[in-house]
Design a protein around this ligand. Structure first.
Ligand code: ADP
Length: 618
């Protein structure tokens, strides 16, 4: 209540904003919209004509002496009453048939146009969400985003057809009817519209409240979807930690609130409808009271009165519907606004103006004074400087949270540095189109994400358009071909969501095949062997060896035995490179790397002794 005027004022520009934003999509359906609009206009005219045959029957046939004051139609003078009756009764059927046909064309055309428009909007929204930067996605809730793509867009379509369209037709009919009423008898017309101000006051007041409730409810539905998606996405953890009860009660609190808001909206809307019905009854009574007097004074005909009463009843249909559909339209506006807010979010990372296709990289990488922070309050990487020659292997080591993954995500341009430059072959990353930059970098993560599609597609996602021989070669390189062939449908086996039907090592090998098919000169490996058993680790390590042959490789690892083979080791802690060099250089330095290494040797030998054998690879 602190913003009394805001809701209604907001709702109208809301429609304007939605139309403006989606004008290109709407314009594309111009022809369909024009045809259906024509249908609507014919429907409105037919509706205005509907009571007229009845008026003529009253004035010309039943009450014959009213002809003197009735609308004079020369053709009708002296005509046989039975012929007239036949003509007028046929006209009643004709007007209704015309209205039905026109309404059909209007409705079908509009539905089709609305479906096409919303399909386009949905595609645009989905494409946009996928391109939004990680800095956005880190904050956003995936369930809420999904609601916007699926149900928010659908509500727009539904409302266009089931609420906005009838409302438009009826509002125009109302204007037409008021015009005809004034033309027939201004005094009765004035009486008829006296209830308008009352109607406006009650509608505006209640609509405002419905609108804000609808918005709140929509937001809550988004939050509910987010809670559910989060829990279902992490169901393993939820069950392992026995969080079901807590999450259920959080969900049910939101669910309950949403229900209450929904019920309140319905209640307000139902109340408004009843108020309007009462107002219409009052208007009809007033018109009848004065109308009959006019008829008796021969200042109007019974047919005129008939047209008036019919019009009053029909004319207030749109107002009744306005009340009925207010909630729906307000909701749709809120949905539209949510969609637009998302579309208006500009990706932080996008092609700069004048960005060019990256040429095939040699693979030289240089970080010059690079600093970065996820949020300005907390710096993560501080003034990093290092250089990597083409084909070199760089190991990034150091304690967790030091900034290793952040460093490689800058190389992929998932984020831009706050200061400094990252150069590939002596050119700033930002000079290149994102897609052409990322196409030349392969990545294998600790827990590789596979998609719920065939093994073949999962590998081909590394390089869209890869042929079967390329896919098979990549799978062989990744030590994956044999186990794939042993799957029930080989390469056509459909994987469970996130590759859940495979073992960790198998998932990693498919991810390596996906990286291999890309044939990228730069490879990023983020602890790819962590959590694998010995046998799988060996197969994966072998595959990685082959994958990284002749590639500039960044390997994030906690296993300092693997980092020994690196051409260069960066020891990163607290967002800084504290030590840099080859294994022997760093060992002779006797600093943190040496300490970490010695610690690991002790831990590994302890573990091996427990297992009864000494398998330190060093
Ligand atoms: P490492 O890979 O060395 O373990 P990370 O690069 O993952 O380290 O993390 C470095 C720091 O950045 C940590 O303090 C971590 O909390 C923070 N961080 C990582 N990712 C994000 C993110 N998406 N948003 C905010 N902070 C993050």
């Amino acid at each position: 209540m602190s913003r009394p005027q805001k809701n209604l004022q907001e709702s109208l520009p809301g429609i304007d904003r939605i139309v403006q934003k989606f004008w290109p999509e709407i314009r594309k359906q111009g022809f369909l919209l024009a045809v259906s609009s024509f249908g609507l206009v014919v429907e409105i005219v037919a509706q205005l004509l509907e009571p007229w045959p009845l008026k003529f029957i009253f004035d010309h046939i039943i009450v014959a002496d009213a002809r003197a004051i009735s609308l004079q139609i020369p053709m009708l003078k002296g005509a046989n009453p039975m012929v007239l009756l036949t003509v007028f009764t046929l006209a009643i059927v004709g007007a209704t048939a015309l209205r039905a046909a026109a309404a059909y064309i209007g409705l079908v055309g509009m539905s089709l146009a609305a479906t096409r428009i919303v399909t386009d909007i949905r595609a645009k929204l989905y494409a946009h969400i996928q391109r939004l930067s990680l800095s956005f996605h880190n904050q956003a809730k995936s369930g809420d985003l999904i609601t916007r793509v699926t149900s928010d867009t659908d509500r727009l379509r539904e409302v266009m057809v089931t609420a906005a369209l009838p409302l438009l037709v009826n509002s125009l009919t109302l204007v037409g009817m008021v015009g005809v009423m004034f033309w027939l008898n201004w005094e009765l017309a004035l009486i008829g519209i006296t209830i308008f101000p009352l109607f406006l006051i009650s509608t505006v007041r209640i609509t405002k409240r419905i609108h804000s409730l609808a918005r709140q409810q929509r937001k809550r539905e988004g939050a509910m979807a987010a809670t559910a998606a989060e829990a279902i996405g992490a169901i393993e953890v939820v069950q392992a930690l026995s969080l079901e009860g807590m999450l259920e009660s959080r969900f049910s609190r939101q669910n309950q609130k949403s229900l209450e808001e929904g019920a309140r909206t319905q209640q307000l809307s139902a109340g408004l409808q009843r108020t309007i019905e009462l107002l219409v009854a009052i208007a009809t009574a007033l018109v009848l009271w004065r109308g009959v007097q006019l008829v008796l004074q021969k200042a109007a005909t019974p047919g005129d009165l008939l047209v008036f009463i019919t019009y009053l009843k029909t004319a207030f249909k749109p107002t009744r519907q306005l009340a009925k559909y207010t909630a729906q339209i307000a909701k749709a506006i809120a949905c539209g606004e949510r969609i637009i807010d998302l579309l208006d979010t500009v990706p932080d990372i996008q092609d700069l103006r004048g960005a060019i296709e990256a040429p095939p990289f040699q693979g030289a990488v240089r970080f010059c004074n690079v600093s970065f922070a996820y949020n300005p309050a907390k710096g993560i990487l501080q003034n990093l400087n290092f250089e990597v020659q083409p084909g070199q292997r760089v190991a990034l080591v150091g304690p967790s949270g030091g900034g290793k993954s952040t460093l490689v995500s800058l190389l992929l341009r998932l984020y831009d540095p706050l200061e400094g430059q990252i150069l590939i072959d002596e050119h700033d990353l930002r000079e290149y189109k994102l897609e052409s930059l990322r196409r030349q970098i392969s990545i294998v993560l600790q827990d590789s994400v596979l998609f719920a599609t065939t093994v073949r597609d999962n590998i081909a996602y590394g390089s869209l358009g890869a042929t079967d021989p390329q896919i098979f070669a990549a799978a062989r390189l990744a030590n994956a071909h044999d186990f794939i062939m042993a799957l029930p449908q080989g390469y056509d086996t459909i994987l469970g969501e996130r590759g859940a039907t495979l073992s960790g090592g198998q998932r990693q090998r498919i991810a390596i095949a996906r990286a291999a098919v890309r044939k990228a000169p730069i490879v990023i490996l983020d602890e790819p062997t962590v959590g694998l058993d010995n046998e799988n680790e060996q197969a994966v390590t072998e595959a990685l060896e082959r994958l990284t042959q002749n590639c500039t490789t960044f390997l994030i690892t906690h296993d300092l035995t693997t980092s020994q083979q690196a051409d260069q080791i960066l020891y990163i802690e607290g967002g800084k490179i504290l030590e840099r060099g080859t294994h022997s250089e760093l060992m002779s330095l006797g600093g943190r790397y040496t300490t970490l290494y010695q610690l690991q040797v002790i831990i590994d030998s302890d573990r091996s002794n427990q297992e009864g054998s000494y398998v330190l690879k060093a």
